[in-house]
Design a protein around this ligand. Structure first.
Ligand code: ZN
Length: 115
């Protein structure tokens, strides 16, 4: 991991173990207050792919067309991560997801895992 890369942080419910990407005050599965942060490996599989041909502006990887993927994380997170990809990836491809910059709101990038 480069020094400019933030870990992918999820929230985990201490009561039922439900994991979520979106920040919440209550667990949507059991209603318990106070989900706790937990770090994700960033590994997962592509579940959806789209090519954006018209965009409001360029992506961090360049102007349109560019590829967006939805990634299901291996931690069985309830939310899928929307990430940029350098090229269209087949559904089911094993990828690693990381942020493209140090800011907490920086977009995600999905890169295929070798093997
Ligand atoms: Zn819960």
């Amino acid at each position: 991991m480069s020094s400019a890369t933030l870990p992918l942080v999820l929230q985990r419910c201490p009561a039922c173990g439900h994991r979520m990407l979106a920040r919440r005050l209550y667990c949507p599965a059991c209603g318990r207050e106070g989900p706790e942060p937990c770090e994700s490996s960033g590994r997962g599989r592509v579940r959806s792919v789209t090519t954006v041909h018209r965009a409001a502006g360029p992506s961090p990887l360049g102007p349109a067309p560019f590829t967006l993927v939805l990634v299901e994380l291996e931690e069985h997170c309830a939310d899928r991560v929307m990430a940029l990809a350098r090229a269209p990836l087949p559904i089911g491809t094993a990828v690693a997801v990381r942020r493209l910059g140090p800011a907490a709101g920086a977009p995600y990038l999905a890169e295929p895992l070798a093997g």
